[in-house]
Design a protein. Structure first.
Length: 341
């Protein structure tokens, strides 16, 4: 199914919701590839009324447990990375659902690199968090990008715990071109470290990554190929990428970037072991997870599945930029077969 919606964005007064963090200390434990993750604390954040059906929403490698616009206390506020989707009265309605977000390992304190961690490892950490919350079955999981890979791993490892899946921009395996581009990014980081300029390496890797998250169409529409009057070798698109790299350096530790980049490339699940009903949302311009990969996964899944392909110039980042298109799809998905405790 192809889906294109031309309606304008809605600017709603979503308000802020009270949320709370939940930490589970797993101590030291061995990962799938044999590395030891030390002093591991699984940190989640819960929005919504206790007792309502739970939806787990993990995001991309740069996302965090902060999904909605909420506050942990009346004094501390934090905007969420998907606040146009998750709010009271929204597509994922916090009046009717609880929502759980989480931070991926390794945390900022786990600097003992190299560390090889897989989406299966992340799924096991999520299972431990749910155990701590005494939640044995979730109404739904909505995973975007890397979070979609983690959801697929969770559904494979714990099929009895998942009501249904919505996967955006992720498949059962990494796409070869994506592996190639991420490999170059990691080598850029390594060169920066070897040269004594680790931050510069991370900035450049992020600049390259931004060209893979978006589409050529967006860049052509948004930027010109005209050099600056003051400097003939500077361009507006280069300034944009440089700013994105500079910002990323302030929020992403180098060891975490490398571990999660590698984790994407090691991702592997068997779709035949996934029995939960699934809604798969692909983007036609996605360079990293093209619709053909999600179509193949849809054909291999044991559980019933529906593939929706949207048109967007934002490529892999469409789940962040095209919330007005995703809103009706996600609202219908979460409401189906809803049972309030």
């Amino acid at each position: 199914m192809s889906f294109l919606l031309c309606a304008g964005r809605q600017h709603l007064n979503k308000g802020r919701v009270v949320a709370h963090d939940v930490d589970v200390n797993l101590g030291d434990h061995t990962l799938e590839y044999g590395d030891i993750l030390r002093d591991d604390i699984v940190r989640g954040r819960i929005y919504g009324k206790a007792g309502n059906p739970l939806i787990v929403i993990p995001g991309g490698i740069s996302a965090s447990r902060f999904i909605a616009d909420g506050e942990q206390t009346t004094k501390k506020e934090r905007d969420g990375w998907w606040s146009d989707i998750v709010y009271s009265g929204g597509p994922v309605d916090l009046n009717h659902f609880q929502v759980l977000g989480l931070d991926f390992a390794p945390g900022g304190d786990n600097v003992n690199s190299p560390l090889t961690i897989t989406t299966k490892d992340q799924a096991k950490r999520l299972a431990k968090l749910l155990d701590h919350l005494n939640i044995h079955h979730v109404h739904a999981m909505i995973g975007t990008s890397y979070g979609g890979m983690v959801c697929l791993s969770f559904a494979q490892e714990y099929p009895e715990r998942v009501g249904k899946l919505c996967i955006l921009g992720a498949a059962h395996r990494p796409y070869a071109m994506g592996v190639a581009l991420r490999s170059i990014q990691r080598r850029i980081v390594d060169m920066g470290v070897d040269a004594g300029r680790p931050e510069q390496g991370l900035k450049l890797a992020r600049e390259l990554a931004m060209t893979t998250y978006r589409s050529a169409e967006e860049f052509s529409e948004r930027f010109t190929a005209t050099p600056h009057d003051s400097n003939p070798i500077r361009f507006d698109v280069g300034d944009y990428l440089e700013a994105r790299g500079q910002h990323y350096h302030t929020i992403m530790p180098i060891h975490k970037f490398k571990a999660l980049s590698e984790s994407i490339d090691l991702h592997a699940v068997d779709p035949k072991k996934i029995t939960a009903p699934s809604l798969l949302i692909a983007t036609r311009s996605d360079q990293l997870v093209p619709p053909s990969e999600m179509q193949l996964m849809s054909e291999l899944l044991t559980g019933p599945s529906e593939l929706v392909t949207i048109d967007s110039m934002y490529g892999h980042d469409s789940f962040l930029k095209e919330t007005h298109i995703l809103a009706p799809l996600l609202s219908s998905f979460v409401q189906e077969h809803r049972h309030v405790a």
